[in-house]
Design a protein around this ligand. Structure first.
Ligand SMILES: Cc1cc2nc3c(=O)[nH]c(=O)nc-3n(C[C@H](O)[C@H](O)[C@H](O)COP(=O)(O)OP(=O)(O)OC[C@H]3O[C@@H](n4cnc5c(N)ncnc54)[C@H](O)[C@@H]3O)c2cc1C
Length: 385
């Protein structure tokens, strides 16, 4: 029984994990990626890869050893501060946590390196998709080309061009945005900030906002300043004027400890606005032959520390389902979606609860109470870090 060749749109962590699992099982696969080259864009910061989803996916991809080799030791340390810089919780990394940290770019490099040359078609930007009379799907590209496929997977993230084949849902603004900054060589150049952040992740939280930072490779501090404001509020800030934008965001943190606000005000990089969006919680669709979605395309949620992990697990599970049902694509897609829908909904619900603990009226004490109650899953996650 031969398997239908698979056409994946998007070479993010979800699409690449799917491609790798298919390759391991001898199923032909092509990935179309809009970006022109693997290094076209910086790949963002650190990801904690969980033993209950991301690590399972990497094992299915046969890449556990490669993953272990890129783990940054000690980065699972985590602390919670208040706006005055007082340390309310300080958890060292004792090496027993189930969430080792890696650089996203390194993880993507491993996945790309595990695929045969030519699997990913770079500079292949999808502009539209449609279902043909024979039930197959046509994918149109920005360069005017088209591809017709019997099995199409949308792994193309928040603004998926494949999703309209299955659902009318569109992401909605989540009521908050992150502003991303970096301090380089912080132990030497910004010692107070480096001390406040500590060895791993730091969250300084208050109602309506917070400053979250993570120690990356080589003394680099990566910060997401979180602020609950309408989209229009951020639209009125001119991010093309880096100093002006920083000053405007910093105003909202007036009175906070300087070692915390310096993560923003002393930034060595121009601030980048990251508005947060989510699909409706529990987003699902009726089965349409020959097409499905994985990762953010299926269940985008505001950052809750799970998105990349879930995208990889979706990719691995879909790949395994296709391998387990050779010649019966619909059985594979049905089995995959049966597990994926509730998994995505549960993560989004947990993420919304976590967000409320971190930035709600009771912040940061709600989060600390969750820790005290032993809610490891909720409290151990740290959105956007
Ligand atoms: C600020 C921030 C912080 C986050 N922090 C974390 C974290 O700490 N831990 C965690 O687990 N998750 C985190 N997430 C969530 C995580 O980034 C996503 O859930 C994850 O990247 C989803 O993976 P994906 O493969 O589904 O989609 P993506 O990573 O978005 O990949 C989609 C790919 O498709 C390509 N593409 C898009 N459109 C087209 C097109 N038209 N044609 C062809 N290709 C296309 C894109 O270029 C991209 O390569 C964070 C998200 C944000 C915004």
């Amino acid at each position: 029984m031969t398997s239908t060749p698979v056409t994946i749109i998007g070479a993010g962590l979800g699409g690449l994990t799917l491609a790798r699992v298919l390759h391991v099982h001898g199923i032909p696969v092509t990935v179309h990626e809009a970006e022109p080259a693997p290094d076209a864009r910086a790949q963002g910061g650190m990801l904690d890869i969980h033993d209950y989803n991301g690590q399972i996916a990497l094992a299915a991809a046969g890449l556990t050893e490669e993953f272990r080799a890129i783990v940054l030791e000690g980065r699972q340390a985590m602390r919670v501060l208040d706006r005055d810089g007082a340390v309310l919780l300080d958890r060292p990394d004792d090496g027993t946590g189930g969430r080792p940290e890696v650089q996203r770019g390194e993880l993507r490099r491993i996945l790309l390196g595990s695929l045969p040359e030519g699997t990913v078609r770079w500079g292949s930007k999808v502009t539209g998709t449609r279902t043909l009379a024979d039930g197959r799907h046509e994918v149109a590209f920005a360069d005017g080309g088209t591809v017709v496929t019997g099995l199409l997977v949308g792994a193309d993230g928040a603004w998926s061009r494949v999703r309209p084949l299955l659902s009318d849902a569109v992401p909605a603004y989540a009521g908050a945005s992150f502003v991303e900054t970096y301090l380089f060589d912080a132990d030497t150049r910004h010692p107070a900030a480096a001390k406040a952040v500590g060895g791993g992740a730091m969250m300084a939280l208050a109602p309506g906002g917070g400053i979250q930072a993570h120690r990356e490779d080589g003394g680099r501090l990566h910060t997401y300043v979180a602020l609950s404001r309408p989209r229009e509020w951020f639209d009125a800030v001119d991010f093309s004027d880096a100093a002006g934008a920083i000053a405007r965001i910093a105003q909202e943190f007036d009175g906070w400890a300087p070692e915390l606000t310096s993560l923003l005000t002393e930034s060595d990089s121009a601030p980048v606005l990251r508005p947060l969006y989510g699909l409706p919680v529990g987003h699902r669709w009726d089965r349409v032959p020959g097409v499905t979605l994985i990762g953010d395309a299926a269940h985008l949620a505001p950052p809750n520390g799970e998105g990349a992990n879930l995208a990889m697990l979706d990719g691995a599970e879909l790949g395994l389902a296709l391998a387990a049902h050779p010649g019966d694509t619909e059985a594979a897609l049905t089995a995959y979606e049966r597990d994926m829908f509730p998994r995505g909904a549960e993560a989004a619900t947990d993420g919304a609860e976590l967000h409320a603990l971190m930035f709600g009226e009771d912040a940061p004490h709600g989060l600390l109470a969750a820790f005290a109650a032993g809610e490891e899953e909720a409290a151990g996650a740290h959105p956007g870090q």
